[in-house]
Write a protein that binds this ligand. Structure first.
Ligand code: ASP
Length: 343
């Protein structure tokens, strides 16, 4: 009788185990893709030192995300970690190194999205949060809201125990010079009494926003984007990065997208969500959807920029219609690819 009972329990246990195994994620593939901004990035204007510095920074960001993914960590943790590395680097237009507004301030925008739950969080126009991407994540996970702006967002970040810095932390000489140049162009334009909206010189030549998208071993997708916006922006201008569906979007059913470029056009095209919709409703491949939006729709409207994207199967796309885009990816086996220019 005892033997019979033991055999019965053994079989039941084996059955439960087999059932669990079946419901466990089958997707063991993972990948991380990052960008450090699109724009007029030409090899002819690059010094070997500068190229090395960018490559090293991108490499560090990829590694930070990879270390999380390879240990079974979440896509969300990976994209946040990768973006944080780039926010902390003065090379990119995000966190330290962000561009200046018309008034000479650094106003930062960031967003993060969880493809599994479609939860999202973002902050806009913040001036004292060291890592806006972590504030965006806190908004998503610790508040009932999706988007917080300005002083309120800063207050919330402080309450959440995030690192608060003096606005001067974000200063870099390079970005200050870009503002001076833009202001000079402004006054020239004023003299010529031209409409500013249609002037190509009314925008940055180099964008430098940072972003990351990832697929983790559980088949979850996530996207994160962080930026200082555009040099010489004013009137509390907010770009596409913190707008869910425009510069940042993730949905496990389709893909995760992070954009960089002339934000106004990304907002008007609802860039990230449009790529996702083309996959969901038109059954386009990731590559086709991303290329259609970035290489056709975006320039047709007069904008420019690029996106990085990954789909639920781990396929990636990195199209851009500018001269270059700092970008890279790392796959499960550790293969790392980093690129800057057009091929
Ligand atoms: N997309 C950003 C914005 O318009 C700029 C960038 O990509 O650098 O705010």
């Amino acid at each position: 009788m005892k033997k019979l009972l033991i055999t019965f329990f053994l079989f039941t246990a084996m059955g439960v185990y087999a059932q669990q195994k079946k419901t466990q994620p089958m997707n063991k593939n993972f990948v991380l893709v990052i960008h450090g901004g699109a724009g007029t990035i030409l090899k002819s204007q690059m010094t070997p030192e500068k190229e090395k510095a960018y490559t090293e920074a991108l490499d560090k960001a990829l590694q930070a995300g990879y270390d999380i993914l390879k240990n079974g960590g979440s896509a969300l943790d990976a994209v946040e970690a990768a973006v944080k590395v780039m926010e902390d680097s003065p090379l990119f237009n995000a966190g330290k190194g962000a561009v200046f507004t018309h008034e000479g301030v650094n106003e930062l925008d960031a967003a993060i999205m969880n493809g599994k739950t479609l939860q999202a969080g973002s902050v806009a126009g913040v001036t004292t949060i060291k890592n806006p991407i972590s504030a965006a994540r806190a908004v998503m996970e610790k508040s009932p809201h999706v988007m917080l702006t300005g002083k309120g967002a800063e207050e919330f970040a402080k309450e959440q125990g995030l690192t608060i810095v003096d606005p001067s932390y974000f200063y870099t000489e390079d970005r200050w010079r870009s503002l001076e140049k833009a202001l000079k162009q402004d006054s020239l334009k004023e003299q010529q009494k031209k409409s500013t909206l249609n002037q190509p010189e009314n925008r940055d030549e180099k964008y430098g926003t940072v972003g990351a998208v990832a697929l983790d071993i559980n088949g979850n997708l996530a996207a994160a984007t962080s930026t200082g916006g555009m040099t010489n922006k004013r009137w509390g201008r907010v770009g596409d990065a913190p707008i869910i569906g425009a510069g940042t979007y993730a949905n496990n059913a389709t893909c995760a997208v992070s954009g960089t470029g002339w934000g106004e056009f990304f907002i008007r095209l609802v860039m990230g969500k449009s790529i996702s919709d083309m996959m969901e409703y038109k059954h386009s491949s990731l590559k086709k959807a991303a290329e259609e939006m970035v290489m056709k729709k975006l320039p047709a409207l007069g904008g420019d920029g690029g996106v990085i994207a990954v789909d639920k199967n781990g396929n990636i796309a990195m199209p851009f219609c500018t001269k270059g885009m700092y970008r890279g990816y790392i796959k499960k086996d550790g293969t790392k690819v980093i690129k800057i220019y057009k091929e």
